[in-house]
Design a protein around this ligand. Structure first.
Ligand code: 5RP
Length: 248
């Protein structure tokens, strides 16, 4: 399939990184969103607008029979402003395909998500999907998790955040785990679900077994969801600077 319009359209307006994101997004949509797909999950972050852009290019005729499920406030706005039909996962618990961004993806397609604090809903939509696809620029492609994106995002109920921080510092081996603060230290970041976010870095050796890290954190009372997605994605598309796409 020809994805050259992803690199040729308005090249001067997009930075090389944005072009790489768009290339990944366009390629993934072309490969995975089929005419028979009626329920589509839309993830969060700065790569996902290109996913929606490409879906809109598939035409009104196809899209009028589809419903789009957002992972958060940003993707909800994106769906509505693109004149696509909005649904929710409680009405559509089975999704044909979900396409989402990632903060880092390892060689086994495990990934870190939650840089935008949306990983609880993102994981629900990933699990609800028959096919879950990741899109990103080349900077997110790593051998092991924690290489370029050290902190694992953890959503916690506000009431329990100090206790969970203590657990991470003293029992789980993440002494530098911190509560994520809003810009200008205006207070903690609050997720779409009204919860706080902790970012917890772990040593590289520990990150070689992300499933074990994820399950240990999930066991802590007060943790709502961990931004480690293990064995969930079927494929990841990375746009490169030279206009090629790496597919894992
Ligand atoms: C939000 C996420 C995003 O998908 C992730 O941060 C990637 O974003 P971007 O495409 O801007 O790099 O997990 O919670």
């Amino acid at each position: 399939m020809d994805h050259s319009d992803a690199i040729s359209a308005t090249p001067s307006k997009l930075s090389p990184i944005e072009q790489a994101k768009r290339l990944a997004a366009y390629t993934a949509v072309d490969e995975h969103i089929r005419p028979n797909h009626k329920v589509i999950g839309i993830g969060s972050g700065s790569t996902v607008p290109y996913v929606v852009e490409r879906i809109v290019q598939q035409g009104e005729e196809l899209n009028k029979n589809r419903v789009f499920i957002p992972t958060g406030f940003q993707s909800k706005e994106l769906i509505v402003s693109s004149n696509l039909s909005l649904g929710d996962v409680d009405q559509f618990p089975t999704i044909d395909v979900t396409i989402d961004g990632a903060d880092e993806v390892d060689r086994d397609l495990n990934c870190i998500k939650g840089g935008g604090a949306c990983h609880l809903r993102e994981k629900v939509l990933a699990e609800a999907a028959e096919t879950f696809i990741l899109v990103a620029d080349y900077r997110k492609n790593a051998e092991y998790l924690g290489t370029n994106f050290p902190g694992i995002p953890i959503e916690v109920v506000p009431f329990a955040y100090a206790k969970v921080l203590q657990n991470l510092h003293h029992a789980l081996g993440s002494p530098n785990a911190t509560l994520r603060m809003a810009k200008a230290k205006a207070g903690p970041v609050v997720s779409d679900n009204g919860n706080f976010i902790i970012d917890a870095p772990f040593p590289p050796e520990t990150m070689k077994d992300p499933y074990k890290v994820m399950t240990r954190i999930k066991m802590l009372t007060g943790v709502v969801e961990v931004g480690l997605f293990c064995h969930m994605a079927q494929a990841a598309y990375f746009g490169n600077q030279d206009g090629s796409v790496t597919i894992k």
